[in-house]
Design a protein around this ligand. Sequence first.
Ligand code: ATP
Ligand code: MG
Length: 406
Amino acid sequence: MTATLGTFPQDWMTTGAARQVYRALERAGGTPRFVGGCVRDGLLGRRIRDIDIATPLEPAAVIKAAEAAGLKHAPTGIDHGTVTVIAEHTGIEVTTLRRDVETFGRHATVAFTDDWREDAGRRDLTMNALSADADGKVYDYFDGIADLKAGRVRFVGAPEDRMREDYLRILRYFRFHADYASGDFDPPALDAARALKAELKSLSGERLRQETLKLLVARRGVETWRAMLAEGIVAAFLPPGTTIDRMAKVAALESRLKVPQDPVRRLAALTVTGAGPAVAETLKLSNAERDRVIAVSAARPEFAMGDAHLVRREIYDLGNALALDLLLTDWAEPEVDARRAFEIVRDWPRPELPAKGRDVSALGVPAGPEIGRILKELEDWWIAGDFAPDRAQCIAELKRRIGGKR
Ligand code: ATP
Ligand code: MG
């Protein structure tokens, strides 16, 4: 399958923030070029996510160039030569050309260079090593264009060497394969990934997390995860027993029901019962992500979807977001049809009890535990009434209950 590539320059290069930053560098003699994902995705006609610019100027000179143009900047990754320059409230990452000199399988120590080919050579994949200037000229030192057209995801250089320099490239390879390849795995890359998979454990949780979440929502993510599972790549960094079927069904449900793809929900669906805490630890998940993964993958009763009232009770207990996670995950089990329950979770926002403690006080109940107790009873009554009583009805019920006790 051969893709037809778009032409440059495109609007995102010649307008807005990118133009301002590009011009600022140009005026300082920085001969800037667009690099990485924006060039790759621009050529494919895909939506550009973020814009990266490279320049032979060293970071101090990039900062001077930004200031001379009246642009704000932030030293986001100054160790590897990256300065974020801000124009029109958009940050553009400007990175000094570099070559990697020393590597520890984690982070490369860098040396700056003014050689564009050298900078392209330290990038992982041929399609990620393209650069382009604002006149529309594309620079392609490693046959990235041909690979992009053919849907071939290939390393710059020998895959095994490149993976040894940074083991995250094992997972990046699978992610880019899932997002950009039209055919099978590149055999040398797959062999290298097999040989080096045990090294995935040496990566930081933060880097594993970022790459894993991206892989979970990649285009051909499901089939790529299946292959990774078969090759033992998944077991090399996630707990044993991880299987793909439930995640695949959740992914299919998301697309069928037009629910936005959610990498954390997919991760939760992938997680074997009880392994939530281990997954959260391995991937250094945020607290909110951790809570979701644990809640979904815990040993727990099935999401109650027998009738509308039960579904509303679940929503009231869990909130709509977690209810959706649990419902979709359980729907992935055979023999479950949760269509009606899904519509309720989607369309019925969790309500709040329409009366508060101060309403109880206003009826003469003195401050103390009695207020909470009365409110709890009112809540039970309100839930039993399927959340239908409105505020006036709740206040009337409170009066009846309090009056009856005095
Ligand atoms: P996306 O932003 O869609 O994930 P991208 O290609 O922009 O894709 P980034 O992670 O933003 O990816 O990195 C920008 C560029 O930096 C890449 O295109 C690649 O050239 C290079 N790069 C990033 N990470 C690595 C790595 N671990 N090894 C080698 N090159 C890398
Ligand atoms: Mg990017």
